[in-house]
Design a protein around this ligand. Structure first.
Ligand code: GLN
Length: 494
């Protein structure tokens, strides 16, 4: 019974609730049991079981009364970067251990207003800095997937790895994450799930622990493109508390899923054929092109000439903003405090003990590129490059409706394999970062398996505020790929 209930994605569970075939309490209990059974995956930092069951009962009462929001009674996993009122919010960091916000982020408040039920807070790379979830103070998350015939544990990607694992292993009907340079799309690709980064400004950043404010964006992580459409509508809003939030009506994205891509012009950017891309990823990309062509889309070769500078420029801009955003963690207001003789000692000791190695590296890099002697040479140059990247996209989008690329240059890798090599870790983001630099929406859809049996994703990038088109194209790819592979549940004790 409970295994059957956790097999329902967001849309299916919504319809089953509406038909009264199941209650939110039953769904929520089934997921809480699945989470407990999946403790070895380490996907959650905090499980909010009592809170979830109380919310589920309220949702059931509303459904019985014929009321209820867009996602009434649906159990969700929330990346532990979203502040949740009175519920510990760690950002994956020791420095925020025990921090209980006095407020709710706008995105999660929107979800609760629409009836969503929070199962718990998911694990992530510390302050969302990472591509593998190995920088979390709360330990690595394990990918539910393993290579064929191999019991080595793989990373789920990052930084939203806990959310991706929760969706992939059916520990939640859906989840939310954030994406600063790929943190929704890359873990989605690594776990065989769908991840959508909306346009910068579509979802409010208010109450989301800030990493790089000009790049951060919240978005849905789901089992299907339809589920992503449902969840995006529920979480998006204009918010006067976020000065970069944009006041554009949020459409009903589900109606965009027409199954028709005839006449759409899809660009294939040459620059994404990166050196050393494995042949199975190249072949999957070609398949994706064929699927869209045979569905009636027009395929156009395009060029985004500044793509190769996106990653180096990102790794200047993101640490620069992070170094400034993280200055607030001084032991006075939030979480950890390590006392010292003088105030200055307290600051130093708190930050030394509270931040992990990757976060310290980013603060050092960020402080360096913003310092008086180097600002012009690094930070200013990177901002100029960012403008050129944005202009590349603007030019291409005069002529095409969406772009198709792979999401990542490799499938999931082993835990520990890259942790000592930051450059190879950073290279994970080579295909996802340009959309963040330009503020554009992107979706990763599972489209096939690698030669060793791991999920691979295709990425669709769109015009600003045109999430509807990338969802439509994404759904077409989902249909053509009919990806129904599932990880073996090796983690389960039952
Ligand atoms: N992997 C990238 C980084 O480490 C992106 C992280 C993210 O999108 N939050 O910065």
């Amino acid at each position: 019974m409970s295994a059957d209930l956790t097999s329902l994605g967001l849309a299916e569970a919504r319809d089953a609730l509406a038909k009264k075939e199941v209650s939110s309490r039953e769904l929520t209990s089934a997921y809480l049991a699945a989470i407990e059974d999946a403790t070895p995956l380490n996907a959650f930092i905090t499980v909010t079981a009592d809170h979830a069951l109380a919310r589920a009962d309220q949702a059931d009462a509303r459904i019985a009364a014929g009321e209820g929001g867009l996602i009434e009674g649906l159990p969700l996993a929330i990346k532990d970067l979203f502040c949740t009122d009175q519920i510990q919010t760690t950002a994956g960091s020791h420095i925020l251990e025990g921090f209980k916000p006095q407020y709710e982020s706008t995105v999660t408040a929107n979800l609760w207003r629409q009836g969503g039920v929070m199962l718990g807070k998911t694990n992530l790379d510390e302050f969302a800095m990472g591509s593998s979830n190995e920088t979390s103070f709360y330990g690595s998350v394990k990918n539910p997937w393993r290579r064929d015939g191999d019991s080595a544990n793989l990373v789920p990607g990052g930084s939203s790895g806990g959310s991706a694992t929760a969706v992939s292993a059916h520990l939640a009907a859906a989840a939310i994450g954030t994406d600063t340079g790929g943190s929704i799309r890359q873990p989605a690709a690594f776990t065989g799930t769908v991840g959508l980064k909306p346009t910068y400004g579509r979802c409010s950043r208010w109450g989301v622990v800030a990493f790089a404010s000009s790049l951060d964006q919240a978005g849905p992580m789901t089992r299907s493109v339809r589920d992503a459409a449902i969840l995006l509508r529920a979480m998006a809003s204009y918010d006067s508390k976020d000065s970069t939030s944009v006041d554009i009506a949020v459409p009903d994205y589900e109606t965009a899923l027409t199954g028709d891509v005839k006449g759409l012009r899809i660009g294939i950017p040459t620059e994404y054929r990166v050196d050393g891309m494995p042949s199975d990823i190249e072949a999957l990309w070609d398949k994706g092109i064929e699927w869209l062509r045979s569905a009636g889309a027009e395929i156009v070769d395009v060029s985004l000439p500044h793509t190769r500078y996106a990653l180096p420029a990102y790794y200047i801009v993101a640490p620069a903003e992070a170094s400034s955003n993280l200055a607030r963690y001084d032991g006075v207001r939030y979480g950890l405090r390590v006392d010292g003789e003088q105030l200055q000692d307290m600051y130093e000791q708190t930050r030394a003990a509270g931040f992990g190695a990757e976060v310290k590296r980013r603060i050092l890099i960020g402080t360096y590129v913003l310092s008086a002697g180097y600002y012009d040479a690094y930070y200013l140059q990177a901002q100029k490059v960012r403008t050129l990247i944005k202009q590349d996209f603007e030019k291409v989008f005069e002529n095409v409706d969406a772009l198709l690329t792979p999401t990542t240059p490799t499938p999931a890798f082993g835990i520990g394999e890259r942790v000592d090599d930051p450059i190879s870790m950073y290279l994970n983001d080579v295909m996802t970062v340009p959309a963040n630099m330009a503020g554009l929406p992107g979706i990763s859809v599972p489209a096939g398996l690698s030669s060793d049996g791991l999920p691979l994703g295709l990425q669709v990038l769109g015009k600003a505020f045109d999430e509807a088109t990338i969802l439509r194209v994404g759904e077409m790819i989902e249909r053509a790929a009919s990806f129904d592979a599932r990880p073996q549940s090796w983690w389960s004790a039952s």
